[in-house]
Design a protein around this ligand. Structure first.
Ligand code: SAM
Length: 338
């Protein structure tokens, strides 16, 4: 697999290049696989088979691993889950990661149910950018999708805006027959509050994700529909993520389309994931992984962690096969850290 040029690149450059020449500079750190919502496309109803606390990486262990990534050229860290705010003292971890050498961007993916309480603390800890899941602005539809209360999320969003996070990106998974009638309402909501809006195609992660793909909506169609009402021009947003953006002309509103199915973006993938149990997953849509926790707990050195990270990156596949092989991924999104 590793050809000569790849080996040479590894030897001549301290940063992380995968076997396909992609520079890995972004790590999504899942701090828990638990969540206070039950989005039907994400976690099976009644699911209780969570990782046991003894297997959770401690804040010290997460800090060591992130520091090693930082030495290897990682600049961006995103805290995710499950719902990251379900993990006690998340702002304490954020503060510790924010000061690590090399790391200059700490962001958070959250459902915002607990942001009314924690927004200011997280901002003060150094988190500057947040992504908030919000699939509907109708309380009954929100409840149907997530099992939770919309008002808590709206309160969390307003507290986040007041705390100063910028940008705040709204992630809306597009679910045919359930929330696809709310596209324009969500655009108006984001225009009103100065949020960025991203639409996401459902992914076949585990049985729950696969069931949801029965509600699949091709985002190319959503874009065409929006173009009838708005003057859309090409847009760019900071973040290094997979969304392709347009901007509504004459406004600050950016709209992103995350299209793992209709138009995959693996060629520019710059990330890996660290799960709460200390596994490095090299692709959301593949099983390639490296178990770091046993090494950490066997007393490995910082140099050993760097070696393990390089080993993991060498396993990164060229692309996912969500479309060609939708039954491949048995774990669901909250286990890996979406
Ligand atoms: N709890 C946090 C949140 O709500 O953003 C972080 C974790 S959540 C798993 C991350 C994102 O994954 C959310 O935007 C969620 O809607 C999305 N997601 C989960 N399962 C999905 C699926 N099968 N297809 C597409 N997106 C999914």
């Amino acid at each position: 697999m590793a050809d000569l040029s790849y080996t040479q690149a590894l030897m001549s450059d301290n940063s992380l290049l995968d076997p396909f020449g992609r520079r890995i500079e972004y790590v999504r750190v899942s701090v828990t696989d638990r969540c206070d919502l039950r989005c039907f496309y994400c976690m099976p109803p009644g699911f209780k088979d969570f990782e046991i606390p003894e297997h959770w990486l401690s804040f010290e262990e997460i800090e060591r691993v992130v520091a090693a990534f930082g030495r290897l050229g990682t600049r961006r860290i995103r805290l995710t889950g499950g719902e990251p705010l379900v993990r006690k003292d998340l702002p304490v971890l954020a503060r510790r990661l924010a000061v690590l050498p090399g790391v200059n961007d700490i962001s958070l993916s959250t459902n915002a149910t607990r942001m009314a309480r924690h927004a200011q603390e997280l901002f003060d800890a150094g988190v500057r950018r947040i992504n908030v899941s919000l699939d509907s602005l109708k309380p009954e539809v929100f409840k149907e999708i997530t099992g939770g209360k919309l008002q808590k999320v709206l309160d969390g969003l307003m507290a986040s805006k007041a705390a100063g996070f910028k940008p705040i990106k709204i992630n809306m998974v597009m679910i045919g027959g359930i929330n696809d009638g709310e596209v324009e309402d969500m655009v108006d909501f984001c225009l009103e509050h100065g949020f960025t809006l991203r639409f996401i195609e459902t992914m076949p992660m585990g049985d729950t994700g696969r069931k949801a793909t029965g509600h699949f909506v091709d985002l190319q169609d959503v874009k065409a529909r929006l173009a009838q009402r708005f003057d859309l021009v090409p847009g760019v947003m900071p973040g290094g993520g997979p969304a392709r953006y347009v901007q509504v002309a004459g406004t600050d509103l950016h709209i992103g389309f995350i299209t793992p199915i209709s138009q995959h973006f693996c060629g520019t993938c710059n990330r890996v994931r660290l799960s709460v149990d200390g596994t490095i997953y090299t692709c959301l849509g593949d099983e390639h992984k490296l178990a770091l926790r046993p090494r950490l707990r066997a007393g490995c050195s910082d140099a050993d962690i760097e070696d393990a990270i390089r080993e993991a990156i060498a396993l990164k596949p060229e692309r996912h096969e969500f479309r060609e092989n939708p039954d491949k991924i048995v774990r669901f999104m909250s286990m890996t850290g979406g």
